[in-house]
Design a protein around this ligand. Structure first.
Ligand SMILES: [Zn+2]
Length: 104
């Protein structure tokens, strides 16, 4: 199976490390790099130790799959907050932790 085909119709809940590197490279190419899209939207720079995770645009629970076209990078804080409250896109938890002044 090629990276372009991988994950189509696949609704298994995987860790980011379970995705083939070739698939993650397609996600990088699609969004223009490996960074948190919500941090970018909000003008934030995550700390160096902030882990990036694969997020599903359409959640697995709502019929989304593991195909690269349904994936994007989020920092772990944005991902956790989004899962806790669907549609949430506010500031990530590390904003409070490192004490930066948010631009909103
Ligand atoms: Zn983020």
């Amino acid at each position: 199976m090629t990276a372009e085909e991988w994950g189509r119709g696949d609704r298994r809940r995987l860790s980011t490390r379970d995705f083939p590197a070739e698939v993650l490279a397609l996600v990088n190419a699609k969004q223009g790099g490996r960074f948190c899209l919500l941090c970018q939207e909000q003008g934030l720079t995550p700390p160096e130790d902030q882990q990036l995770v694969v997020d599903h645009l359409q959640p697995l629970s709502k019929g989304g799959d593991n195909h690269w076209s349904n994936l994007r990078w989020l920092c772990a804080s944005h991902n956790a907050a989004r899962q806790a409250r669907a549609g949430w896109s506010g500031p990530p938890a590390w904003v409070r932790r490192i004490g930066v002044s948010p631009p909103w």
